[in-house]
Design a protein around this ligand. Structure first.
Ligand code: ISE
Length: 327
C-alpha cells in the first residue's frame, strides 16, 4: 500500500481524497494538512491531521504527497518533497513563476530518480486519448488547426483575468503539446467585450492564439462564466479531415417537447474518469518504481507559455515563447 499524504483540503483536495479512497487500488490516505484544520478533518477519514504542510511531508508514515493547496504554495511544497526524496503529484500550476518551475526541474534533475508528476489530468481522459490515437494513426492526415473552447459555468471568486490563463487555459497549453507533440513557439491574447457576469474589471471571455513549432494554429476560447455548464471542446482540423473531442455520453432526454442532453456541471464531473486514472497511474508508477505522466519539465513549459500569454495580454502583441535548454 502506498501511504499518501494530502496537502490542501479545498474542493480539489476533497475530490482527490474521495477518489483515492473509493476508486484507486494500492493506496490509502494516511494524512491531510490544510490551514483550516476543520476542513482537513472533513476529508481525512481515519487519516492524521497536520496543521503544517512541512510536518506532513516529513511524516515518516507518508510515502508520497498529493498537493492540492493554493498555487502560491506549490513550489515550496514540491521542493520540500524533493528534499525528502518523496514522490509528489502536484496540481497545476507547478509554480506561479517560470523561475520557480525551473528551480523544481533543477532540484529534481539533481536527484537520482524522477519524483514529480504534474496534475494535467486531461492526458488520462478517454476522449483525448482516443483523439490522440486517431491523430497518431493518420486518420485526418497532417494537423493544421486546432479549435478549443474552455467554458466553466461559473468560477468561485476571486478569479482574475490572469488566472483564466494560468489556471484554466494552462490545460489547453499542455494538452495541445501532448496531442501534437510540438512546442508552442508564439502566443497572442485578445479580450473583447466582457460578459455582464464577469466582476468589474475582469476580462472574460478571452481568445488565446497559440502557434506551434510545426506551424499549427491553435485558438482557445476561455470563458469562465458561461452559465450553462462546463463544456470543453477540441477540434483538430487536418489535411484529410477533422477530429472532435467526444464528451462522456449523457443519455438523450425527450421531454416537454424537447430532445436534449445534460451538460456536465463542473470539471470534477466532466473529468471524473480522468482524475481516477491519473491517480491510479501515479500509484501504479510508484509501486512499479516507474514514474509516468506529465513531468516537471511539462509543468515548466506550461508555465513559460502562460507567462508569455500574460505579457501578450498586457501588451497586445504577438510574443515568442522562449524555453530554457532541457537539462
Ligand atoms: C480549475 O482549476 C481546473 O483545473 C479545471 O480543470 C478548469 O476547467 C478550471 O477552469 C480551473 O479553474
Amino acid at each position: 500500500m502506498v501511504k499518501v499524504g494530502l496537502i490542501g483540503a479545498g474542493a480539489m483536495g476533497a475530490t482527490h481524497a474521495r477518489t483515492l479512497e473509493t476508486a484507486v487500488r494500492g493506496a490509502e490516505l494516511v494524512a491531510v494538512s490544510d490551514i483550516d484544520t476543520a476542513r482537513a478533518a472533513a476529508v481525512a477519514g481515519t487519516g492524521r491531521i497536520h496543521n503544517d504542510a512541512q510536518a506532513l511531508i516529513a511524516d515518516p508514515d507518508v510515502d508520497a504527497v498529493l498537493i492540492a493547496s493554493s498555487a502560491e504554495t506549490h513550489e515550496e511544497h514540491v521542493l520540500a518533497c524533493l528534499e525528502a526524496g518523496k514522490p509528489v503529484l502536484c496540481e497545476k500550476p507547478l509554480a506561479t513563476t517560470v523561475e520557480g518551475c525551473r528551480r523544481i526541474v533543477e532540484a529534481e534533475a539533481a536527484r537520482d530518480r524522477r519524483l514529480v508528476q504534474v496534475g494535467f489530468m486531461r492526458r488520462y481522459d478517454h476522449g483525448y486519448l482516443e483523439l490522440k490515437r486517431l491523430l497518431d494513426g493518420g486518420a485526418i492526415g497532417t494537423p493544421l488547426l486546432v479549435h478549443c473552447a474552455h467554458r466553466n459555468a461559473d468560477i468561485p471568486l476571486p478569479f482574475t483575468t490572469e488566472q483564466a490563463i494560468t489556471d484554466s487555459v494552462v490545460h489547453e497549453v499542455d494538452i495541445v503539446r501532448w496531442l501534437l507533440e510540438q512546442e508552442i513557439t508564439a502566443v497572442s491574447v485578445l479580450a473583447g467585450r466582457a460578459s455582464r457576469h464577469a466582476p468589474d474589471g475582469v476580462r472574460d471571455p478571452q481568445v488565446v492564439l497559440l502557434e506551434t513549432s510545426g506551424g499549427v494554429l491553435v485558438d482557445v476560447e476561455s470563458f469562465l462564466r458561461a452559465q450553462y455548464g462546463y463544456d470543453i471542446r477540441c477540434e483538430v482540423v487536418g489535411e484529410e479531415g477533422t477530429l472532435e473531442l467526444p464528451a462522456p455520453a449523457a443519455p438523450p432526454i425527450r421531454s416537454d417537447g424537447r430532445h436534449s442532453r445534460a451538460v456536465a456541471p463542473g470539471f470534477e464531473v466532466r473529468f471524473a474518469q480522468a482524475y481516477r486514472d491519473e491517480l491510479q497511474a501515479w500509484v501504479d508508477g510508484m509501486r512499479l518504481g516507474r514514474a509516468t505522466g506529465p513531468t516537471a519539465w511539462d509543468g515548466y513549459v506550461a508555465g513559460a507559455v502562460t507567462e508569455a500569454c500574460l505579457r501578450a495580454l498586457d501588451s497586445g502583441e504577438r510574443l515568442a515563447v522562449r524555453l530554457a535548454r532541457r537539462a
